[in-house]
Design a protein around this ligand. Structure first.
Ligand code: ARG
Length: 601
């Protein structure tokens, strides 16, 4: 009777409300409350250190030493062990915890409740990993990819595309309202040159499609003329002015040029399954005019040798808002875009994904926007997500042998070819249907390229190597894709033995328990990503899940077969359920990385 009485006193974690239970953050808040209760006079110690998975416990809280030091400073001498005991006494009850104890030097060990974890996993099994819609979803704008018209989309844009897409997927999955924006460079002086050349060379461009498939070549030609022929230069400037005032002919020519680029970009997005809305710099033309007026009227612009610049007290360099020829710049369009996103799009958070080389630009933009009142940082978050350079295997900037930028379409083609060669090398072409082989080779190729990018800390440079990324051992997409197909085939090979899956999920074996705890770190990993925008946490998690699953599978029979006939004799249902749940977590995780999974490969 006493026991049931105690149970009803426990705080229960309501699974209906939390399909994504974050055990780590629950423990942090329990300990944080306990510390406040035990030492009410102590100043806030911040988040107590709680870590997962030691040999001695499921979770451990190591805050005692820190508390001791703070107490000592107040003249109180207590041992860490005594502190830990007092904190444990004040710990509210919670049904995810089975037991708590204190080890020698004041570590607080926590053992989780198997029943509770089983209940959570059962919920995932029945409902899949679909978080409940948030009561307060944020409007999150993610500005990524953003290549430039008439210039080649390069590996830097590929990184932005891959990281931005995956971040968008994570925020969408959690339940935020995400707007994915492609801030392409489709405006500015260079379009004057391009239009002038188009008018010269293909005066009937409106009725006949001009051969400008190689826009880069076209761009080079116009640049040569611009620099050598004053007459052309004058006309190019003229074209910019006409374009900016929306003269129909010029707009038509400009559209044509953008279309050619767009077609190229689209090929990449289609193959990599990227969803993004194009809203280039041109979209902001009238808004730039307005923002310049606003800044001018409010006295934020300063004349600098004919340019109009803008400072903030905190920034080391100014923004150039108007050039001496009256034209607008990258800074102007970003300021106008920021204002539009806050005022018209009602953004709660704006995230920019570009190479780290642009960090100063965005820092300056942020400081100036705060300074002039366009951005109120207490209402709208503005985050810069930078990333390192892509290097070739020679550790130099990734280029072709002749020193040109690597064409992305060609890169993807090579990936697919190499993935196919690998599969054929393994004899998979003899086992899979043509259709399966094709699905497998693209899943492997694009999966590898994305994973190789995402599994490194984004701020580091990384070496692009097909050989490395196509390895089937170690932390690669191939390894994970194989692990998942293997789990799926365990489940699929049950045939008629699957009728009764009503047994409880098996968590008694040490390896089963380890797998369950590993799986349940998912939510913790996602919330970390929303804080530091580092997707390698998710890659590491998935790799951890795959290796922990292998340990489980090597140690725990899921199926027993007759050694002579190969017939299934016994099915350990509780373990098969664990396989299914693992597949669900892995599939969801890979999907968030933008990686397509396959059932056979
Ligand atoms: N077009 C730029 C580039 O290629 C990236 C744009 C990033 N987004 C932005 N709002 N500035 O470097």
């Amino acid at each position: 009777a006493k026991e049931s009485n105690e149970k009803s006193n426990m705080d229960s974690v309501n699974i209906e409300d939390h399909s994504l239970i974050n055990l780590h953050s629950i423990l942090i808040s329990l300990f944080s409350n306990a510390i406040k209760k035990a030492y009410p006079t102590l100043e806030d110690i911040g988040q107590p250190a709680v870590s997962a998975g030691s040999k001695f416990a499921d979770y451990q809280c190591n805050a005692s030493m820190q508390i001791c030091k703070l107490l000592k400073a107040k003249g109180e001498n207590v041992s860490p062990n005594a502190v830990a005991k007092k904190v444990v006494e004040c710990l509210g009850q919670c049904d995810i915890i089975e037991k708590v104890d204190v080890s020698g030097p004041g570590f607080i060990n926590v053992w989780l409740s198997r029943n509770k974890l089983r209940e959570i996993l059962q919920y995932v099994l029945e409902n899949k990993l679909k978080p409940k819609p948030l009561t307060n979803p944020q409007r999150v704008i993610i500005d990524f990819s953003s290549p430039n018209v008439a210039k080649e989309m390069h590996v830097g844009h590929l990184r932005s595309t891959i990281i931005g897409d995956s971040l968008s997927r994570v925020f969408e999955f959690i339940g935020h309202d995400v707007l994915r924006l492609n801030h392409i460079g489709d405006w500015g002086t260079q379009f004057g040159m391009l239009i002038a050349l188009l008018q010269d060379k293909f005066p009937d461009y409106k009725t006949v499609s001009p051969p400008i498939n190689d826009l880069q070549e076209f761009y080079k030609q116009s640049k040569v003329l611009f620099d050598s022929d004053p007459e052309f230069k004058k006309r190019a400037y003229d074209c910019v002015v006409k374009l900016q005032s929306m003269s129909p002919d010029h707009v038509q020519a400009w559209k044509l040029i953008c279309d050619v680029s767009r077609e190229e970009f689209q090929k990449i997005y289609k193959r990599l399954n990227i969803n993004i809305i194009e809203r280039g710099e041109s979209f902001y033309q009238s808004r730039m005019e307005n923002v310049v007026k606003e800044l001018e009227n409010k006295g934020f612009l300063e004349n600098d040798d004919g340019r109009k610049i803008m400072w903030s007290p905190e920034s080391s360099i100014p923004l150039t808002i108007v050039k001496s020829d009256g034209g607008f710049t990258y800074d102007t369009s970003d300021m106008a875009a920021l204002k539009q996103r806050i005022e018209e799009e009602k953004a709660d958070r704006i995230i920019y994904v570009t190479d780290s080389g642009q960090s100063v630009h965005f820092e300056t933009l942020k400081k100036c926007a705060i300074h002039c009142g366009i951005l109120d940082p207490s209402k709208v978050l503005m985050d810069f997500v930078g990333f390192g350079v892509v290097l070739g295997e020679d550790k130099k900037k990734f280029k072709t042998r002749s020193g040109d930028t690597v064409r992305l379409v060609g890169l993807l083609d090579e990936g697919v070819k190499r993935a196919r060669d690998k599969l054929v090398e393994k004899g998979r072409d003899k086992v899979l249907t043509d259709e399966e082989l094709e699905l497998a080779e693209t899943a492997v190729a694009y999966g590898c390229i994305k994973y190789a990018d995402l599994c490194h800390n984004r701020s580091h440079d990384y070496i692009f190597s097909f050989d490395k990324m196509l390895e089937d051992k170690g932390n690669t997409a191939v390894y994970l894709l194989y692990a998942l197909t293997r789990i799926r085939s365990i489940i699929n090979n049950l045939g008629t033995h699957t009728q009764d899956l009503n047994e409880p999920i098996s968590l008694d074996h040490e390896k089963e328990w380890k797998l369950a705890k590993t799986l349940l770190r998912f939510s913790e990993v996602l919330s970390k990503i929303t804080e530091d925008f580092c997707l390698h946490h998710l890659c590491e998690y998935l790799y951890d899940v795959a290796t922990t699953f292998n340990e489980f599978y090597d140690n725990c029979y899921c199926i027993e077969k007759n050694s002579q006939t190969g017939e299934i004799e016994k099915v350990y249902t509780g373990r098969i359920l664990l396989c299914k749940i693992t597949a669900e977590y892995m599939n969801t995780g890979l999907t968030l990385l933008g990686i397509n999974t396959v059932s056979r490969m």
